[in-house]
Design a protein around this ligand. Sequence first.
Ligand code: CA
Length: 420
Amino acid sequence: MRKIGTVPSWVESANDPATDFPIQNLPFGVFRRKGTKEAPRGGVAIGDQVFDLAALGLKTGPNLNKLAAAGRPAWKQLRKVLTLALSDPKKAKRFAKHLVPMKKAELFVPVQVGDYSDFYTGIYHAHAIGKMFRPDAPLLPNYKWVPIGYHGRASSVVVSGTPVVRPNGQTKAPDAAAPGFGPAKRLDYEVELGFVIGPGNALGKPAGIRRALDHVFGVVLLNDWSARDIQAWEYQPLGPFLAKSFATTISPWIVTLEALEPFRCPAFQRTGEDPRPLPYLADEADQQRGGYDIGTQMLLSSAKMRAAKLPPALLSRCTFRDSYWTLAQMVAHQTSNGCNLQPGDLLGSGTISGPTPDGAGSMMELTMGGKSPIHLPGGERRAFLEDGDLVIQRGRCEKEGEVSIGFGEAAGLVKPALSL
Ligand code: CA
């Protein structure tokens, strides 16, 4: 529902209630016109258009790391200037020539990701996965004390639309005498959000829970592709390695915390049995409104479905509200040992699943580890992903009385493994 009194944009498509990119959003990305050799540069999504930041004299270069490093006062100022430029009808004549239709734009990974770490903050996901291995005690004893994470691979973070080649790897069936090497058979996705770091913290100087969000530029959708059979064989004792480092897909538009401000909510409500966060993770303001109600959906379109002109099937929907740890707690924890985050670093939320089966954030949960395949429109069944499957993640924030904003999508087509 459109908030009464809000200023519309002179970019007509931005006033469509269904758009992900109304003037209240203004997410940043990197683009160039398709089919050209233009230098990639910073832009802002507005309706079905991309607004070139060069129109404001802002030369970002081929990634947004400098803009990310600039910090919140600079982002707020730029947001003000953009809001004025894209709402004042008198500016339309001057700025219209700096719009490129989204359909004609090639989009890139918006920041150079120096480091990528992935958390495990989705308690319903941790519970569902844990239950498969430890039915009596699904959550490990550390879960409610420490925001669990591991270091991922930054070089294979790819932008939406990049095909994902099924990885080859070492796997071992439980009843096999020895492992073999070949295409992963249990390829999966994980529904996550990615948090893009703005100004970093100096080595040896923790960010601290109260100032943690000053270090966060914005949010993208993130699909942490996972090969479950490779993972099962390799993960002990040091955690995931090649099962996840072959690709991580993110959406091209960084939705800023300024745009997400209306969608803040209380942190996950702990029950009486849950421990209080340790002091370095405890902040009253963060508990009251450190959550973000960001809804995300996963859809699947198989090659057969596309040939039959069937629309993508909705697999699940969930919200980051259900994250056990807040974004500020993730940043405070990761820097608590003195580790320095840097502009452009990416923190994954971990799989966000909801409390009910329709909120399962991975095929692993959706199909009970492959034991109960799901049915797709058109008659196919899926235990895990097959070649030709197009996996599409979407995200949107909706709240009564506020203009809805969206994230666009993070999509990837599964390609066959390279032959050995
Ligand atoms: Ca993950």
